[in-house]
Ligand binder design. Structure first.
Ligand code: BG6
Length: 512
């Protein structure tokens, strides 16, 4: 048993998960190989899954369980955070992996799935508990839920209490506000909200969970956390990788739907929310949703002044030539899809009135780095007035990844008689302090879904509030021709317009 977590729903005190079967739809995709299977392997390795557990891969490709196991062994070896594969763990885990070939629309496939699950219940003692993980293209979410319902694979929670059936839904949940509402309406025909787990893997990251602990378990920051002391906030999600093999997905979604609408909104909500009344899932979601509903672009609807989009062209990444987005696999040669976004947002509430929140995210930037920086107001220049005594504003930077940690920039007198001032950093690093590799987000989230804890999953109203903010922008982008794409070279920090957005306000992006 692992220690209970401060952000765990009260009443769920044990991390020992119930017997259950995890059924992964779209299991031959990248996510299963890179994230889900390595996460399950590590959960088995750390004894966080019960012996009465199985995973069933539901996918269209023709293969059998033995072939699928061999493929997964390779992938776990390549992607597991815990180093070389431990044969003993693998030998236990592989017996819990099954492959079920079927089409998503094919009734016979769901009937044979039902038979397989019943057999596994009898053989392994999984007690009828089901966790369906929809790791497919978003277009299949409602079809799969409908079929699961038609074949009695989803239980009516009002009547059946002794076993559970839950559905994990990958992002993006909808394509805009209307489609998200329609999807939600479809799902609610077959499921109650408690059965729906909208995954946003950023919430499973240790450093993201720590935001609330850092803010509310320390007294020294909360009274500074407002418009009186904070000048602005910068949130960056930078990736050095391009879209790789996900060209088709990107052509449909683009970066705003992939990163901004979900991951970055969650980061922003956690950094800006008021303290929840307690640590229950609903209390936390209630505060987050207030922030998401209070967000707005300013001046409203003048997106050209508050939102910048970009697309990478050829350039260099990690010292090697890198193709432009339009040259990637399954991408149209004249695509207008964005791979970079920078925004200025405001939160309409007393705490944050007129404090700009700058967000930027992009593919093929110079490095991978996710950071939230709270930039405090500059001290009044009344005491230290000579040029050598220039004081930088204090900055509290929460490094979400990599090199996870927190640093506080302060001004310091350089030793010696001439007394110039220089900024210095107080730095905390998870790796040197705790000395262990944090569990992967998916490990935490899969366990939480088995436990029925929805704290770290997005609630319906959060998703809708976020779509309400972004839908007008996305619509405008669809109607307007962007400045000529590509407008930044791979391996650079995005289009110049992103710098101008900051410069207009007398700010600049932090050097990461
Ligand atoms: C996923 C996006 O949700 O998050 C990807 O679909 C992105 O495009 C990934 O690369 C980033 O996740 P992380 O955990 O590496 O920051």
């Amino acid at each position: 048993m692992t220690a209970s977590h401060p952000l765990q729903e009260p009443g769920i005190s044990s991390r020992i998960t119930s017997p259950c079967i995890l059924i992964i739809f779209g299991a031959t995709g990248d996510l299963t190989a890179r994230k889900i299977m390595p996460a399950l392997y590590n959960l088995v390795r750390e004894g966080q899954l019960p012996a009465q557990f199985a995973s069933v891969a539901f996918a269209r490709r023709d293969k059998n369980s033995e072939q699928f196991r061999c493929e997964m062994k390779e992938k776990i070896t390549a992607f597991s955070r815990s180093g070389p594969l431990e044969e003993e763990v693998w030998n236990t885990f592989k017996e819990q992996i099954f492959y079920h070939r079927a089409e998503f629309h094919d009734d016979a496939g769901y009937e044979s799935l039902k038979r397989l699950l019943n057999e596994l219940d009898a053989k392994l003692g999984t007690r009828g508990n089901r966790l369906f993980y929809l790791s497919t293209q978003p277009a299949f979410f409602s079809l799969i839920c409908k079929k699961l319902h038609q074949h009695q694979l989803l239980y009516d929670e009002a009547k059946i209490k002794h076993r559970f059936s839950r559905v994990i839904i990958e992002k993006p949940f909808g394509h805009d506000l209307a489609s998200a509402l329609a999807l939600q309406q479809e799902l609610r025909k077959f499921l109650v909200e408690n059965q729906i787990f909208r995954i946003d893997h950023y919430l499973g990251k240790e450093t993201v969970q720590n935001i609330l602990v850092f803010r509310f378990a320390n007294t020294i920051f909360e009274h500074l956390w407002n418009k009186r002391y904070v000048d602005h906030v910068q949130i960056t999600v930078a990736e050095d990788m391009g879209v790789g093999t996900r060209g088709r997905f990107y052509e449909e979604e683009g970066l705003c739907r992939d990163i901004l609408q979900n991951h970055m909104m969650q980061l922003l909500a956690l950094i800006a929310m008021d303290p929840p009344v307690d640590l229950s899932s609903d209390a936390i979601h209630n505060e987050k949703v207030k922030i998401l509903e209070a967000l707005h672009f300013c001046p409203a609807n003048l997106f050209q002044q508050t939102a910048v989009r970009g697309q990478y062209g050829p350039g260099y990444s990690g010292g090697r030539a890198a193709p432009g987005y339009r040259e990637e696999e399954n991408v149209s040669p004249d695509s207008l899809i964005e791979t970079f976004v920078a925004l200025r947002l405001f939160i309409d509430n007393p705490r944050w009135d007129r404090v700009p929140f700058y967000l930027r995210a992009g593919k093929r930037l110079p490095k991978k780095a996710t950071e939230i920086a709270v930039v405090f107001k500059s001290p009044p220049e009344v005491l230290f007035t000579t040029p050598q005594m220039h004081q930088d504003p204090n900055v509290l930077a929460l490094r979400i990844q990599p090199d996870e940690g927190i640093s506080l920039k302060t001004n310091c007198k350089v030793p010696g008689p001439s007394s110039p001032i220089q900024p210095v950093k107080m730095d905390f690093r998870y790796s040197s302090y705790f000395g262990m590799s944090a569990p992967e987000a998916y490990e935490r989230l899969i366990c939480d879904a088995i436990l029925g804890d929805r704290t770290l999953f997005a609630r319906e109203d959060e998703v809708m509030a976020s779509w309400k903010l972004f839908t007008p922008l996305l619509l405008r982008w669809q109607q307007e021709t962007p400045e000529p794409f590509p407008n930044y070279a791979a391996g650079t920090w995005g289009p110049k317009a992103a710098d101008r957005l900051m410069a207009t306000d007398g700010h600049q992006w932090r050097l990461l």
